[in-house]
Ligand binder design. Structure first.
Ligand SMILES: [Zn+2]
Ligand SMILES: [Zn+2]
Length: 591
């Protein structure tokens, strides 16, 4: 693969739809972020996740030494055609690699771990997290052939461990993947508490609750100087229901359809959801089968770690399910996001090689679409209905709950932790803005709150919390094996090609004679036009010839100029006559 070389526009810039602050675009702050600071200096640098759901990444810096907190990916927006993944801009970390003491992963979701293999490619560093988190993160690192670059160090609930210049405490939180952590950093400027992705679930499936008691104890002694908290659901009032409520709904749904075959889809990392689906199915006398590579892998992993309990006799191979009565089967599948190649999408289109859906089947979609995936999920639901299948999704019954805290829980966290300063993290801008408003209602306002974005750095000192310049915080695009080579210009071209098509003019010019040889050819792709196209194409050939002849007779016969006049003439004609703006590509061959 290519190096993580970036074009200037990819390095600084952002996706076409993403606003980037003028300060960040101007790059007025050196990438090194300036101050290593004197003794006891503490900085937090945000590289991703503040302004989007995804690619979470931050640096906690004590006396110039860096701990990286999460290295996530983001899935591309519709205005990033052809982009596979979006990473945080690693420029700052690459340039300061010698100052990095470790990478800490809060939990196993891809928006926190998916970029690890790309960062480890730049420099090796020990990686800390719960056993499950590390196992999930490892999958991608192994796939990328980077396993030898990584040293994985598992940490336990409640453990406090020295990493670099800083003690880090790993505090249990409930979330939609087991064994997620909030992290407390003991710095010379006081404790920084990062919530991680969390909710306050009083009845979690594994009984492992968000440790509010520990956070409260920290708040009293030594006190929490700075709170960074998950903003995903900061727009939603009230409390996110407990994960265990989904189990009750699933029980009801299964019981009401005793003779029908069930296919339930959810995130493969949502081990507690898989547990509840399994429990509901087995309680109704069904056997369980897994479908989709990541579901099979994660179920095996979670059973091995003792986090998922399925009796051996209740598990059957997917190829054997046709031997059983429909009412004796429950398939747990990947594909809850409508991904085109996933198991559920293939079932919906009748292309799954293991089995075909039948009219009496019930499909339960036990997940919400991630923003941007609504359309794909909707299309899969339509296809399922076309097959006569009953589809139960969260709009039909309560078969899903979020893994993120709503306003009630966010307020509770602030009440328990009593932070001196607060910065919202993990959210679109509107989520973070709502989180700031919520903090105001809790009495944390004015200069005690900062609304930061990707690339912002802040400093914590005896006088308080201050902005401390910016570092490159734009999008780093991955397209196939190419990382960072896709700039703003490439994406703009792809959008034009996708929406308007291309019109090419191929002409041969004899420079000695100063004339156009033959008639230019007009070639189009993806360009829609009406019945008098032939006339238009004829006119196009004529205007290109005329423009080239004029340029030649005026003596300006360099290649660049000939291309420019041909593009301009053809573009004007096409624009005037069709009100369309396809990409115009002149190909001028000189002899
Ligand atoms: Zn998460
Ligand atoms: Zn997340």
């Amino acid at each position: 693969m290519k190096s993580e070389r970036q074009r200037p526009d990819a390095a600084k810039g952002s996706g076409p739809a993403k606003a980037t602050s003028p300060a960040r675009m101007s790059g007025k702050q050196p990438a090194k972020g300036g101050t290593k600071g004197g003794a006891g200096s503490v900085r937090v640098v945000f590289l991703g996740g503040l302004g989007e759901i995804g690619r979470n990444c931050a640096c906690i810096e004590v006396d110039g030494r860096i701990l990286v907190l999460d290295v996530g990916i983001m899935f591309p927006d519709p205005d990033m055609p052809g982009v596979d993944l979006v990473l945080p801009d690693f420029t700052y970390l690459r340039e300061n690699a010698d100052r990095v003491d470790g990478i800490i992963l809060t939990h196993g979701h891809e928006d926190h771990t998916g970029g690890l293999s790309y960062l480890l490619r730049a420099f090796p560093a020990p990686v800390y997290g719960s056993e499950l988190t590390l196992a999930l993160a490892r999958n991608r690192v192994d796939e990328a052939g980077m396993a030898s670059q990584a040293k994985f160090i598992p940490v336990r609930d409640g453990e406090r461990r020295r990493i670099g210049l800083c003690d880090v405490e790993f505090i249990p939180v409930t979330h939609s993947v087991p064994h997620a952590f909030a992290t407390a950093f003991y710095t010379p400027q006081g404790v920084i508490l990062h919530s991680g992705d969390f909710k306050i679930d009083l009845h979690p499936v594994d009984g492992r609750r968000t440790d509010l008691a520990r956070m409260g104890a920290l708040a009293s002694d030594p006190g929490i100087r700075l709170l960074l908290a998950d903003s995903t659901n900061a727009e939603e009032p009230g409390f996110t229901p407990s994960e265990s409520t989904v189990g009750a709904t699933l029980d009801k749904v299964f019981r009401a359809r005793p003779d029908r075959r069930f296919i339930v889809t959810c995130f493969a990392s949502h081990i507690h959801r898989v547990q509840q689906v399994t429990d509901a199915a087995i309680a109704e006398g069904r056997s369980v089968s897994t479908l989709g590579r990541s579901m099979q892998k994660n179920v095996a992993l979670a059973r091995q770690l003792g986090l998922l309990h399925i009796p051996e006799q209740s598990l059957i191979d997917i190829e054997k399910i046709d031997d059983l009565e429909p009412g004796r089967v429950c398939v747990i599948s990947t594909g809850s996001q409508g991904e085109p190649m996933s198991a559920l999408s293939r079932l919906a289109t009748g292309e799954n090689r293991f089995f075909k859906l039948q009219e009496n089947d019930v499909v339960v979609i036990s997940a919400h679409p991630i923003p941007g995936n609504e359309w794909s999920v909707g299309r899969v639901i339509d296809s399922l209905h076309r097959r006569g299948v009953e589809v139960i999704h969260s709009g039909v019954d309560a078969v899903h709950v979020s893994g993120h805290a709503r306003q009630g829980e966010l307020a509770m966290l602030m009440s328990v932790t009593k932070p001196e300063f607060f910065i919202p993290v993990h959210g679109e801008y509107r989520h973070m803005a709502n989180h700031v408003r919520l903090a105001e209602t809790m009495g944390i306002d004015g200069d005690r709150v900062l609304l930061c974005e990707d690339g912002d750095a802040v400093r914590l000192d005896g006088n308080g919390l201050h902005r401390d310049g910016t570092v490159p915080g734009g999008y780093l695009f991955v397209d196939g094996s190419s990382v960072g080579d896709i700039g703003h210009g490439v994406l703009r071209d792809r959008m034009v090609l996708a929406e308007e098509g291309v019109v090419m003019a191929v002409a041969t010019v004899d420079l000695k004679r100063g004339e156009v040889v033959g008639t230019p050819q007009i070639v189009t792709r993806g360009w829609a036009y009406d019945h008098d196209t032939e006339a238009l194409l004829g006119d196009a050939r004529a205007v290109v010839t005329k423009a080239l002849e004029q340029a030649l007779s005026s003596g300006s016969n360099d290649h660049e100029n000939l291309n420019r006049v041909a593009r301009k003439a053809l573009g004007r004609l096409v624009g005037d006559r069709t009100r369309q703006r396809p990409m115009i590509v002149p190909v001028i061959v000189t002899v």
